[in-house]
Design a protein around this ligand. Structure first.
Ligand SMILES: Cc1cc2nc3c(=O)[nH]c(=O)nc-3n(C[C@H](O)[C@H](O)[C@H](O)COP(=O)(O)OP(=O)(O)OC[C@H]3O[C@@H](n4cnc5c(N)ncnc54)[C@H](O)[C@@H]3O)c2cc1C
Length: 416
């Protein structure tokens, strides 16, 4: 059996290891186009902070790890997949045949169509190479302008601040982290960032970037006409799945590679996992991308078990976002913005930077948003994932939302 995996990020690596464990005699080829050994993008902020060196970002620290597992690491780019001939074509011109194929090619940072995006000093923060460039430019006292205050944007703010830069953030949504946080939660995160010395503009767009005349600086123009000077501009405006090389392969894609509960695509023997995959959402049943590492790894494990002939299914991916923004921990789970006809309760403590919003459908907790509550948030996840019927506890939670751990003990554990 020949297993070929496209992409050597967390999904590709975990799939290769799971395959080796469950299919000891198979041939396993792991193809990645970046020059580094397999590494974790999640670790890049720690590299930028100086907490770790590049080797600290490697997914497996032992240089002989893949050779020992007889996993063939190939450094090349897959340019095309021929599902009729069951082979992938590499940029180097070679073809690699497969019996089972896993697409784990991840995503790339979106480059907004803003005039001036190609000017020197404008970078994404997605790859090791991006991190190296940012480290070289974002020196103490320099000015950094970040476009986007979403999940990745908030995560990298701490790394940038720790480099001693003057940080300005421009977010086109009406609040920070608009796709993960309620309006009140986004506003609280903004207030926290401003307290930490970050200048934040929400509801604002960068419309043009140019080099300043006679000065070593970039100038970003906002839609209000305001101009902001910076030495470095970082674009954190979202990600898109890497599916370009699948054109003409017959593999169905819609906002990512469409997969079923076993991670198989519409083509038998071809699977997908991680940021590239559009998996079924646990709550809505709608396919979508959920670009976080725990999802990537879990999907990879399920895909690899099926590739090895052992049936496994995922019960669907769930929105599960935990963010540390300059030390303020926030999280949102499931259908955090609620559903039509549902009920909700919101608790806001502006002085203490604490926040909780619970969303219900009938007597089931379907989503939650929290700030400053680090203990017990796993319980919220458990209630949502378990679709626990709360009975009389729903009204109690509407009156006293912080009692969710008691509700869990009373309902979920009692049922178990
Ligand atoms: C700065 C930063 C911080 C993050 N922090 C968090 C966090 O705190 N928590 C969290 O859950 N997630 C975080 N993420 C997101 C997380 O890193 C991703 O969800 C995770 O990397 C997805 O893993 P993956 O294996 O699907 O994709 P990737 O890690 O993107 O790996 C895919 C690999 O495939 C390669 N590839 C792509 N196309 C081809 C091709 N045609 N041929 C060959 N190789 C190809 C790519 O070069 C890449 O190496 C962060 C991301 C960034 C950038």
């Amino acid at each position: 059996m020949k297993h070929v995996i496209i992409g050597n990020g967390p999904a590709g690596v975990v799939a290769a290891e799971t395959l080796r464990k469950n299919d000891p005699g198979a041939s396993i080829t792991l193809i990645g186009e970046e020059p580094e050994p397999p590494y974790s993008r999640m670790a890049l902020p720690y590299l930028m902070m100086g907490d770790i060196d590049e080797a600290g970002t490697y997914l497996r620290k032992d240089a002989g790890h893949f050779a020992r597992l007889a996993i063939d690491l190939v450094r090349d780019r897959v340019d095309a997949v021929d599902t009729a001939k069951r082979s992938v074509r590499l940029k180097s011109g070679k073809s690699v045949p497969y019996d089972r194929l896993l697409i784990a090619s991840g995503a790339h940072a979106i480059k907004p169509g803003i005039p001036g995006m190609d000017v020197a000093g404008v970078h994404a923060c997605w790859t090791m190479e991006d991190a190296r460039r940012i480290i070289a430019r974002a020196v103490p006292g320099s000015r950094v302008l970040q476009i986007g205050a979403g999940f990745i944007g908030c995560i990298i703010m701490e790394a940038l601040k720790s480099r001693g830069v003057q940080l300005t953030v421009v977010e086109m949504g009406d609040r920070m982290v608009p796709r993960m946080m309620t309006p009140a939660a986004g506003a609280m995160i903004r207030r926290w960032c401003e307290r930490e010395g970050v200048t934040v503009h929400v509801g604002a767009r960068v419309t043009a970037i140019r080099r300043a005349e006679g000065r070593e600086a970039l100038v970003a123009t906002l839609d209000s006409g305001r101009e902001i000077d910076a030495e470095t501009l970082i674009v954190a405006a979202g990600v898109r799945p890497n599916v370009d090389f699948l054109a003409g392969s017959g593999i169905a894609c819609e906002n990512g590679v469409s997969i079923d509960a076993t991670m198989q695509t519409n083509i038998a023997g071809v699977y997908a996992a991680g940021d590239v995959a559009a998996a079924l959402d646990f709550a809505t049943g709608v396919r979508g991308m959920n670009a976080i590492q725990p999802n990537a790894v879990e999907q990879a494990r399920v895909a690899a078990l099926n590739m090895a002939g052992r049936r496994a299914e995922s019960h669907g991916s769930m929105a599960l976002n935990v963010l540390d923004t300059l030390g303020l921990v926030s999280s949102s789970f499931g259908q955090w913005s609620g559903v039509a006809g549902g009920q909700s309760v919101e608790l806001v403590d502006d002085d203490a930077f604490r926040y909780l919003c619970l969303q219900f459908s009938d007597d089931v907790l379907i989503g939650a948003t929290a700030i400053g509550l680090t203990e017990g948030v796993g319980v919220l996840r458990g209630l949502i994932e378990g679709r626990v019927r709360l009975g009389p506890w729903k009204d109690r939670l509407l009156a006293e939302p912080l009692r969710f751990p008691d509700a869990y003990l009373a309902r979920a554990q009692a049922a178990a």
